[in-house]
Write a new protein. Structure first.
Length: 365
C-alpha cells in the first residue's frame, strides 16, 4: 500500500494539473524495484506509432515500470528501435514466427514480472499520469481487478478528434462497479473497456487468454471472465489516447465507426461476433449464475437492437423491400428472435413508405 500512503488519492480542486503531477512525483519514495507494473506492447511493423507509444510510457510520472515489446514480425527495424532506448526498463521480446493477433495479445497478458499489467496497443499512447492514477486506485481497493478510464480519440497523425470518451454506456459512470454489475451491463452493449486504458492485477489474468473464437470481441470475453472474481474501477479523466486509422486492427476488421466521439457497431458480422462471445461466456460461467436466462435475454435484446439499426441504415435509403427483406434474413440468422419481432414488420413497412416511418417509431419507443 506504499502508493496510497505516500500519494493523496484526491487533490485539492484549486490545484492545476501541472501542480498535481509535481506534487505526486515529489512524494514517490525511492525503491529498488523497476517493475511494479509491466507495460506489454504487442506490435507488428508499425515502428512510427510504436515510437510514440514507447515515449509516452517513458514520460510517465512514476518510474517503477518495465516495458516489454512483443514483436510478432521479428523485424530488424523494430529491434533497432527498441534497442535505441538506453534504458534498462525497456526490453525486446521477438517471436520467431507470427502467432497472430490473438496469440500476441495472450502472450502480452503473461509477459514481465510486474504486480500489475497493462497492454498498450502499439498505435495508442498514455497521458503522463496514466499509470500513477491507476496504480493508486488498485492499491487502495484490493478487490478491484481492473482500473480503466476515459480516453481520447486521435486520427492517424495524432490529432485529438474527440476528448474524454467513455464506452461505459451511461452519462455518469460509477467510479466503482462490482463484477456482477459489470457483467449485467456488458450484456446490453459491446465492450465497455478500452484495452489500452486498462491496468489490471497480474492475479486477475493469470489463467486467461484471448480466444480466437471470440474474434474481435476477445477483449470483451477477457473482461467478462475477470468480472467473475474481481470488481472494476473507472476514472473519468482522459488518461490514454486511442488512435483511429485505416491500418488499425479494429478498422481492418470493420469493427467500429466513429461518429461524434461515439463508437458504434457497424456490421452484422461484428454484432454476431459480440453476441457469440457473450454466449460462450454464459455457457462457460452461467451455470453458477442464478439468472443466466435473464443475462441471455439481455444479450439477445442487445444484438436485436443493433441488427435492426444496421439493416435500417444499410437498406431503407434504397426504398427496395426485397433488399430490406434480404437484410432481415441475414440479421435473423444471427439473432433468430428477429423473425417474430415487431421490428421486422416495421422495417419492411419502412422500406415501402420511407425511412422516416422507422425513425418516428424508434423515437417514440
Amino acid at each position: 500500500m506504499w502508493l496510497v500512503r505516500n500519494l493523496a488519492f484526491r487533490q485539492a480542486p484549486e490545484e492545476t494539473g501541472r501542480t498535481k503531477v509535481k506534487r505526486r512525483v515529489s512524494r514517490l519514495p525511492e525503491r529498488n524495484s523497476l517493475s511494479l507494473v509491466t507495460v506489454a506492447i504487442p506490435t507488428y511493423k508499425r515502428d512510427e506509432y510504436l515510437k510514440e507509444a514507447l515515449e509516452s510510457v517513458l514520460a510517465q510520472t512514476i518510474s517503477e515500470f518495465e516495458i516489454v515489446v512483443s514483436d510478432n514480425a521479428n523485424s530488424p527495424e523494430t529491434r533497432e528501435l527498441v534497442h535505441s532506448y538506453d534504458d534498462p526498463r525497456v526490453s525486446y521480446a521477438p517471436l520467431l514466427e507470427n502467432i497472430g493477433l490473438h496469440g500476441n495479445l495472450t502472450r502480452c497478458l503473461h509477459l514481465g514480472s510486474g504486480r500489475y499489467l497493462t497492454v498498450l496497443l502499439d498505435d495508442d499512447t498514455m497521458h503522463p499520469a496514466n499509470l500513477e492514477m491507476k496504480l493508486i486506485t488498485l492499491e487502495r481497493y484490493p478487490n478491484v481487478g481492473v482500473v480503466h478510464s476515459a480516453f481520447d480519440y486521435s486520427d492517424a497523425g495524432g490529432k485529438i478528434v474527440s476528448a474524454k470518451v467513455s464506452w461505459m454506456g451511461t452519462p455518469t459512470p460509477a467510479a466503482l462497479e462490482s463484477g456482477r454489475d459489470f457483467i449485467e451491463r456488458s450484456m446490453t452493449g459491446g465492450t465497455r473497456v478500452c484495452v489500452s486504458s486498462a491496468v489490471v492485477r497480474r492475479a486477475a489474468v493469470a489463467h486467461l487468454c484471448h480466444d480466437p473464437r471470440d474474434g474481435s470481441a476477445s477483449d470483451l470475453a477477457v473482461w467478462l471472465r475477470i468480472a467473475t472474481r474481481w470488481d472494476y474501477a473507472f476514472l473519468g479523466e482522459s488518461l490514454t489516447t486511442f488512435r483511429v486509422h485505416a491500418d488499425s486492427a479494429s478498422q481492418a476488421l470493420g469493427v467500429y465507426d466513429v461518429d461524434g466521439g461515439e463508437m458504434s457497431m457497424s456490421t452484422l458480422a461484428l454484432v454476431e461476433t459480440i453476441r457469440g462471445a457473450k454466449m460462450r461466456f454464459l455457457d462457460e460461467y452461467g451455470t453458477s449464475m442464478r439468472d443466466r436466462a435473464e443475462l441471455r435475454r439481455r444479450a439477445r435484446d442487445s444484438a436485436r437492437t443493433q441488427l435492426k439499426k444496421i439493416v435500417a441504415a444499410e437498406t431503407l435509403g434504397e426504398r427496395k423491400p426485397w433488399l430490406t427483406a434480404h437484410g432481415l434474413y441475414r440479421a435473423a440468422r444471427i439473432e433468430p428472435s428477429l423473425w417474430w419481432s415487431p421490428w421486422s414488420a416495421i422495417l419492411l413497412a419502412s422500406s415501402v413508405w420511407g425511412k422516416e416511418l422507422f425513425d418516428v417509431i424508434e423515437a417514440r419507443r
